[in-house]
Design a protein around this ligand. Structure first.
Ligand code: SF4
Length: 325
């Protein structure tokens, strides 16, 4: 049996270069190796952004366009919209019945996210978000879930829910395993982690000029005041990106920066050129995608996902003696 992998993204904005490393790059590889379900998790978008939902439909299509432009193949993998598969919500409800509150309250990202977002979210949906994530995974009895180090507690919680369910009702679910992904730190042009909510991101779909303008705004080594001052590439955001994009000239840049032979303006121009040339084929493909077919692609994937989720849900309902079909 083919090993199943599940992963997803929230449609809370357009995708940016931070999504390439650690996520999209890996997904493209995974689809050659596993049976993949790539979800656009619109219910998850509500957990932190329930008061502002107007743009979700547009972002769903933007994210799907980026997925396809980046090389995800909807004939190879199942790409679907979470809200089109209502069975996942039922599974989430049933799993929530056996999940102790204390397990959710101790997930570190619960407090971290509140801090990062700068607002208190005291909703049932926000606290229960890891259970919904568990339902996404268990809908296909997935063996693998790609996660970064910071998301490991979520997956551990999913594994605990599986163990509890299997203990209470007999073997039903596979314990999902993490596929630890290396995601290099991608700084935005203000120096904070690149994020659409910080308004510091370079988007996949923007044009070359916009990208160059953003790169020119990057904060560099504050000690490098003049072109010929020696710099410290190891603390410079621009150099971090040269490395992330695997610039073949990175050693030369590092050396010349350190020796004061390279100015930041030129260094940034070279970076902008590198980003634009890397993104050029993706941007081209993005333009060539027939937007009128996007909803059908989602429907096709969602129907396939629904078929699988139904099988699992029927099994779960039988175990729990729930009569509704
Ligand atoms: S020359 Fe490049 S690596 Fe060195 S400080 Fe300036 S931007 Fe950073």
């Amino acid at each position: 049996m083919e090993n199943v992998l599940v992963s997803g993204m929230r449609p809370t904005g357009k995708l940016h270069i931070g999504h390439i490393f650690g996520t999209l790059n890996n997904w493209v590889k995974y689809q050659e190796k596993y049976k993949c379900y790539f979800i656009i998790v619109d219910w998850h978008a509500l957990t932190t952004n329930y008061e502002n939902t107007k743009e979700i439909p547009q972002y769903v299509l933007e994210v799907l366009t980026d997925y396809i432009a980046f090389g995800l193949d909807y004939n190879k993998s199942v790409i679907y919209l979470q809200s089109m598969v209502e069975e996942v919500a039922v599974l989430h409800l049933l799993l929530s019945m056996i999940t102790p509150l204390s397990w959710l309250e101790r997930v570190p990202s619960f407090k971290d996210q509140i801090q990062q977002l700068g607002k208190e979210i005291a909703t049932y949906g926000f606290l229960g978000y890891p259970v919904l994530m568990t339902a996404d995974i268990l809908s296909f009895n997935a063996k693998y879930v790609p996660v970064g180090q910071d998301q490991l507690p979520h997956l551990e919680l999913a594994r605990e829910i599986v163990r509890r369910f299997n203990y209470l009702y007999g073997d039903t679910f596979v314990e999902p395993e993490p596929l630890l992904t290396e995601s290099p730190y991608i700084p935005g042009f203000d120096g904070r982690k690149m994020s659409k909510s910080y308004n510091n991101a370079i988007f996949i779909d923007e044009n070359e000029k916009e990208t160059e303008e953003k790169v020119m705004k990057y904060i560099t080594d504050p000690q490098k005041i003049y072109k010929n001052s020696p710099g410290r590439p190891q603390i410079c955001n621009v150099f971090t990106l040269h490395k992330a994009f695997n610039n073949p000239e990175k050693e030369e840049i590092e050396q010349n920066c350190t020796q004061g032979k390279l100015g930041c303006v030129e260094c940034k121009k070279r970076l902008a050129k590198l980003i634009n040339s890397t993104l050029q084929p993706i941007r081209e493909k993005r333009k060539s995608i027939d937007k009128s077919k996007l909803t059908d692609i989602l429907l096709q994937g969602s129907l396939e996902a629904k078929k699988e989720t139904r099988k699992i849900l029927t099994k779960v309902k039988q175990k729990l003696n729930i009569l509704g079909v």
